[in-house]
Design a protein around this ligand. Structure first.
Ligand SMILES: Cc1ncc(COP(=O)(O)O)c(C=O)c1O
Length: 440
């Protein structure tokens, strides 16, 4: 099928006949960026009209819109129209999402969205949390709460975070930042953490594990760890279980996918990023604790000048993460839920899962392509036979420079591979075939 398309598409080194997606392009050379921006700042300002011209002529063409139909690198962002609408209304509103006193309407609405996510997870009524800027800061925050609990329990212990070798890089960073060791656990052949992976922790261990992190959708291949096995082990050993569902959590909305997350309700904390697979604007990550009081003890800021704002009986988002002044960044997500309904969101998520499977089918039919593993969520990884990492890099750079697609190679099981991550439900198999045809 892809091979049939190939003759109709010029090789990417000759871009003239290639359909160009507006918006995608190679990044600037930093010297060119400096030159373009030189002399813009001055005592008088150039005025709004000319400043907008600069924005449109310099900034916009030199940024890659993540919502582009052929933006499949990393984890793209494809916000729905409803979240974009609310975000633009919110930007100038000066609502301060710090405390109930300052923005009770917004905080109540954000909490409704958090509760909706908590119900998908299966958390009880006591659960709660806050929206932070991204999965990275959410993971760091959860690790800080887990470490704080462990330091109270075992003041003299050397503490460590344990997670699979496939866990998102922010967990290792969190460990470094918080002065914790990182214990890397082996995965099974599907790159999942299982109960068997935890055997290394059952033996003699120089560290106290303060948190075990399971992934519900790894960034590299979309694998979902054995959440029940890990959760039961954590429960039996009194260890904080954190589930990083920053990317994969969106699939909890899809009834036929939710069984894959069996055991997620055993977690002490869960991260789900609406700016990833729940079609919200940037930047919006939900961090939900089973028992939010433990976070409040760590993050609650108290001082004379804020006494009337925080520290009472009301729900104050500033108590649940290391932030104080904050945008009500959960509101665009809440609004999209209210306006669209959960079925529409689930159907968009389902499309991502289908796109990954349909892409896998196309790859299977191409003699020069090889599927690395069956996709579970919306990520598909495959190889171009005979290519090394440099070949993928060069090809991806040419596609971007030509404005055809934004894709990025990866390494899976020690070998270079191509990885597509589908978020935008409007991406079509024609887009996919067009990109694959340039690889053959
Ligand atoms: C599983 C997972 N966790 C955490 C993150 C970090 O999220 P963010 O980039 O929003 O900080 C990502 C990003 O792709 C991710 O896929």
């Amino acid at each position: 099928m892809v091979a049939e398309l190939a003759p109709h598409i010029q090789h990417v080194s000759n871009i003239s006949l290639v359909p160009v997606q507006p918006g995608l392009g190679a990044p600037l050379d930093s010297a060119d960026a400096d030159a373009a921006l030189a002399n813009l700042l001055g005592p008088d300002g150039m005025g709004t009209t000319r400043a907008l011209e600069v924005y449109h002529s310099f900034v916009v063409p030199n940024c890659n819109p993540q919502g582009d139909l052929r933006s499949l690198a990393y984890v793209p962002n494809a916000p729905c129209a409803e979240s974009v609408l609310l975000d633009s209304l919110l930007t100038g509103a000066t609502f301060m999402g710090t405390s109930w006193q300052e923005a009770s309407g917004a905080v109540a609405a954000e909490n409704q969205a958090l509760r909706w996510l908590a119900d998908l997870i299966g958390f009880g009524q006591a659960a709660g949390g806050t929206f932070v800027a991204g999965g990275t800061i959410a993971n760091v925050t959860a690790m800080a709460v887990a470490a704080n609990r462990a330091r109270e329990l075992w003041p003299d212990a050397k503490l460590a975070v344990a997670a699979s070798s496939e866990v998102h890089s922010s967990i290792r960073m969190a460990a470094r930042m918080l002065g914790l060791e990182f214990v890397s656990l082996p995965c099974d052949s599907d790159l999942r953490l299982t109960r068997a992976s935890l055997a290394v922790l059952d033996g003699v261990n120089p560290f106290r594990i303060c948190a075990l992190v399971a992934s519900a959708g790894t960034t590299n291949v979309g694998a979902i760890d054995d959440l029940r096995g890990v959760g039961e082990w954590c429960g039996a050993n009194g260890i904080w279980m954190h589930v990083d569902a920053a990317y994969g959590g969106g699939a909890l909305t899809v009834p036929e996918a939710s069984p894959w997350f069996d055991g997620i309700d055993l977690a002490d904390s869960v991260v789900i990023d609406p700016h990833k697979w729940l079609f919200s604007t940037l930047d919006c990550s939900a961090l939900i604790y089973r028992n939010p009081n433990e976070a409040k003890q760590l993050f609650g800021q108290r001082a004379a000048y804020i006494e009337s704002a925080v520290g009472g009986d009301t729900w104050d988002p500033s108590d649940y993460a290391p932030h104080f002044t904050r945008k009500c960044r959960g509101l665009p997500f809440w609004f999209s839920l209210v306006a669209r309904g959960s079925d529409a969101i689930a159907s968009d998520v389902r499309r991502g899962i289908e796109l990954a499977r349909e892409t896998a089918d196309v790859v299977r039919c191409e003699p020069t392509l090889e599927l690395v593993m069956e996709p579970t969520l919306s990520i598909v990884v495959f190889r171009r036979l005979g290519w090394q990492r440099a070949d993928y890099e060069e090809w991806a750079a040419r596609l971007l420079a030509a404005g055809i697609a934004f894709v990025a190679p990866t390494t899976v099981k020690g070998e270079a591979a191509m990885r597509f991550c589908f978020i935008n439900p409007e991406t079509s198999m024609m887009d996919v075939r067009l990109i694959l045809a340039t690889m053959l």
